[in-house]
Ligand binder design. Structure first.
Ligand SMILES: Cc1ncc(COP(=O)(O)O)c(C=O)c1O
Length: 419
């Protein structure tokens, strides 16, 4: 049954979905600053160990205004591309607060980070060699594959045998050889085993592995344990959140023992992405059509997978809220529906077979927990316009933090032959 997550947390502050959509258009991403700040604090305090830093994974959501809030909350950040570095610098992060986690990047991209004084991690022996050739004597980190991974879908498992990520531990002699050859300083090692776990066991296991591997290197300044911290996407079914307290305490014991034995100055990092931003975002859309086809009740909306791709890409679940436009929410009239978008692909469904109250054209739908990998994975597919983004500020007021695309935006990168 719907329990109105957004009502419980007063998500929309002084306004409501109907007013937001009429002011900024539909679809629309809406973020709540209070929730965002709270999640930053959860992660900043996650491990009760003095030399621990949470480093936000920018790919989850790179809205400039949200990045500024995350920086204000004292988090560092990781970047996967020069574009993310560019945004982080624009948001006021200092180069030493940014960690560039490269994956199959060009020399130009490496030097982009190096020239800005940003530490980068390389993800293969071949990239380590390239880095050494172009930046001999430089500081570098390497991404380790601890031999196993975890994730809510095969596509987001980033450790273990079936992934392109990381350098296996049997390559440690070669890592050392390239470090020596190019007189590099190996200042950090990092890993990321995958995304969206709801229990800490596998992460803890992977931390034990990276700590063992770290003992084989001298002069490390940091060990980055990766992200993947899950959030409860099935709130309407009372899914429990990730239990951070004892998880963090167990990690603190491991980390302080390692530091005491090996290097008291070492800094430990994590890379939360989704955990920081997912719950602070709701995607609003509008019902434009209804049809019954072979026993399936379709609700046709403007929520195509160009706006939120997670359900199509990962079979991901998002709770759905319904904001009837001019009637009360009627539980008595609930029926099973499939909510589809406006993209020309038959897989374009945002929620399948959901029990929802009878919807009418013009009603607004809220896709909950859409703050992570929502806008950041959106596109102009079908030449649809990407939505605006609005922030509900701490005092309950709201402001636009990214305008909606315009039709002219679709034309702006073309090079017209003027001859
Ligand atoms: C290297 C790296 N670090 C951190 C993350 C963040 O993962 P999550 O958003 O699940 O915390 C990712 C996600 O893909 C990643 O690739």
């Amino acid at each position: 049954m719907q329990n109105y997550f957004t009502k419980k947390v007063n998500f929309y502050g002084d306004t409501n979905p109907k007013n937001l959509v009429s002011e900024y258009g539909s679809p629309l991403y809406v973020y709540n600053e209070k929730i965002l700040r709270q999640r930053c604090r959860d992660m900043a305090d996650f491990i009760p160990y003095s030399n621990y830093k949470a480093s936000y994974s920018t790919k989850a959501n790179s809205n400039l205004e949200l990045l500024k809030i995350i920086r204000e909350e004292g988090l560092h950040a990781d970047a996967m591309s020069p574009g993310e570095i560019h945004l982080l610098l624009a948001a006021g992060f200092r180069p030493e607060q940014i960690f560039y986690i490269g994956n199959n990047v060009s020399v130009e991209e490496m030097m982009f980070a190096v020239n800005k004084g940003i530490t980068m991690s390389v993800d293969s022996l071949s990239q380590l060699r390239t880095f050494g050739q172009f930046n001999p004597g430089g500081n570098v980190a390497v991404r380790i594959n601890p031999g196993f991974g975890i994730g809510h879908h095969d596509k987001v498992v980033t450790g273990g045998k079936d992934t392109k990520f990381g350098i296996n531990d049997d390559c440690i002699p070669e890592i050392k050889a390239w470090i020596k050859e190019f007189n590099l300083n190996l200042i950090g090692i990092n890993q990321h085993i995958g995304s969206l776990f709801m229990e800490g066991d596998t992460y803890i296991q992977s931390v034990k592995v990276i700590l063992q591997i770290a003992e084989q290197f001298e002069g490390l300044r940091f060990i980055d344990m990766g992200g993947g911290f899950g959030i409860p996407y099935q709130k309407q079914d009372n899914e429990a959140p990730l239990e951070l307290k004892s998880f963090g305490e167990q990690l603190a014991i491991l980390l302080s023992a390692w530091a005491e034995r090996n290097n008291p100055d070492i800094m430990f990092m994590s890379e939360p992405g989704r955990y920081i931003v997912a719950e602070s975002g709701v995607l609003l859309g509008t019902v434009h059509a209804q049809k019954e086809n072979s026993g399936v009740n379709y609700v046709g909306t403007d929520l195509g997978f160009n706006v939120l791709v997670r359900p199509v890409m990962y079979d991901a679940w998002h709770d759905i809220e319904v904001y009837p436009i001019d009637k009360e929410y009627a539980y008595s009239s609930e029926k099973r529906v499939t909510i589809v978008g406006n993209i020309c692909e038959s897989g374009d469904a945002i929620a399948n077979n959901r029990k929802l109250p009878a919807l009418s054209i013009g009603d607004i739908i809220g896709v909950v927990d859409a703050g992570a990998y929502g806008y950041s994975m959106s596109s102009n597919y079908n030449n649809r316009l990407r939505p605006a983004e609005v922030l509900i500020q701490r005092d309950g007021s709201h402001r636009l933090i990214r305008r909606r695309d315009t039709l002219d935006d679709l034309l702006q990168n073309f090079c017209t032959d003027k001859g």
